[in-house]
Design a protein around this ligand. Structure first.
Ligand SMILES: C=C1C[C@]23C[C@@]1(O)CC[C@H]2[C@@]12CCC[C@@](C)(C(=O)O1)[C@H]2[C@@H]3C(=O)O
Ligand SMILES: O=C(O)CCC(=O)C(=O)O
Ligand SMILES: [Fe+2]
Length: 330
């Protein structure tokens, strides 16, 4: 987590200087990630294609009002602008899956500090809001509740499209429509204040998400993805678009057919960059396996991954970070 003093420093402290610099592709022929309009009659095919080739796309025509997204931006800015001792009252108890302020669990395994502050909301935002703003928490609560509801519906619409394509039946994923299942989703608020030496600092280290799908919003450039055969590419924010990235569990369910996109966040000197990720995963103890999909079972394909739960996957990430999936390979 950033110490309160780093926001005003003129030189990057040593503990934040990363030994390796990740070059970003800058050729004029730089490929750009697909932009898909959910209202397009061919949206389903385009989404499947993007999942197979990129593991990420920008979605427009999603129906989430611009005003709501702007209100989220402003509430999240207010949260990170609170005094450090106020934010620390919600400090996460452990590095793992819980709500509150803190470092990403991956920080413990990294060689240097991240130029980063994070806040995780699992379940309702009310509890944290009450601690942060004891007398005035309704604004944050209402806005985040409203956003959470809308992104939840959107991500579930997309996951349904994918389950249908993979011939995964409702019975096989009976948890999916269960309204009491709130523990498998998180709103992850990420903050990177302006950085005195952005090329030597890292906002979020390269990772894949332990999710089915993640809906990401940021209005400031910084998200970069790794594309095989090209290298690191910057994702250009598009007004009104939400970035949809696939996570490890759709990669496993599709037996490797869909890409779990490797991504990271860069920082910049001028702007305080904030991003909001809605991370939707299977329930913690649900066993995910490529053979869930009838298509694979019938086609005689060999499963590329062992059956695994979110809990096990988080455990592997906490130990091996980006190498975690290699321990699930058959
Ligand atoms: C719900 C979660 C996914 C996440 C771990 C967490 O409990 C909250 C933080 C998330 C995050 C954000 C940055 C990258 C990442 C790998 C990390 O260390 O913390 C992800 C985690 C994940 O997707 O596994
Ligand atoms: O800030 C970003 O653009 C990326 C955030 C992210 O990867 C995450 O929250 O998992
Ligand atoms: Fe991520």
């Amino acid at each position: 987590m950033l110490s309160p003093s780093t926001g005003s420093v003129k030189t990057l402290p040593d503990s934040y200087v990363w030994p390796e610099y990740y070059e970003v592709y800058s050729g004029s022929d730089q490929p750009s990630i697909p932009v898909i309009d959910l209202m397009d009659p061919n949206a389903t095919e385009l989404i499947i294609q993007a999942c197979e080739t990129w593991g990420i796309f920008q979605l427009i025509g999603h129906g989430i009002p611009r005003k709501l997204v702007e209100d989220v931006e402003s509430e999240v800015h207010s949260l990170f602008a609170l005094p450090a001792d106020q934010k620390l009252k919600t400090l996460r108890t452990s590095g793992g899956a819980s709500s509150g302020y803190g470092n990403p669990p991956s920080q413990a395994l990294l060689p240097r500090k991240l130029w980063y502050e994070g806040f995780t909301i699992m379940g309702s935002p009310v509890d944290q809001a009450r601690v942060l703003w004891p007398h005035d928490y309704q604004g944050f609560r209402n806005t985040m509740n409203g956003y959470q509801k809308q992104v939840k519906a959107l991500v579930e619409q997309l996951i349904r499209i994918i389950f249908k394509f993979l011939s995964i039946s409702k019975e096989e994923v009976n948890w999916f429509d269960d309204p009491s299942n709130t523990c498998n989703a998180a709103l992850q608020l990420n903050s990177h204040p302006p950085c005195p030496d952005p090329t030597r600092a890292v906002g979020l280290a390269p990772h894949t998400d332990s999710s089915l799908f993640t809906i990401l919003h940021s209005w400031i450039e910084g998200l970069q993805i790794f594309k095989d055969g090209v290298g690191w590419i910057t994702v250009q924010p598009i007004p009104d678009a939400l970035t949809m990235n696939l996570g490890d569990f759709l990669h496993i369910l599709s037996n490797g057919r869909f890409v779990s996109v490797l991504h990271r966040a860069a920082v910049n000197q001028k702007y305080h960059r904030i991003s909001v990720a809605y991370i939707r995963s299977p329930p913690t103890n649900f066993i995910v396996s490529p053979l869930l999909s009838k298509t694979f079972a019938d086609s005689g394909q060999v499963p590329k991954y062992h059956p695994v739960t979110l809990k096990e996957c988080r455990g592997l990430k906490a130990k091996h970070f980006q190498a975690a999936l290699s321990f699930v390979k058959t």
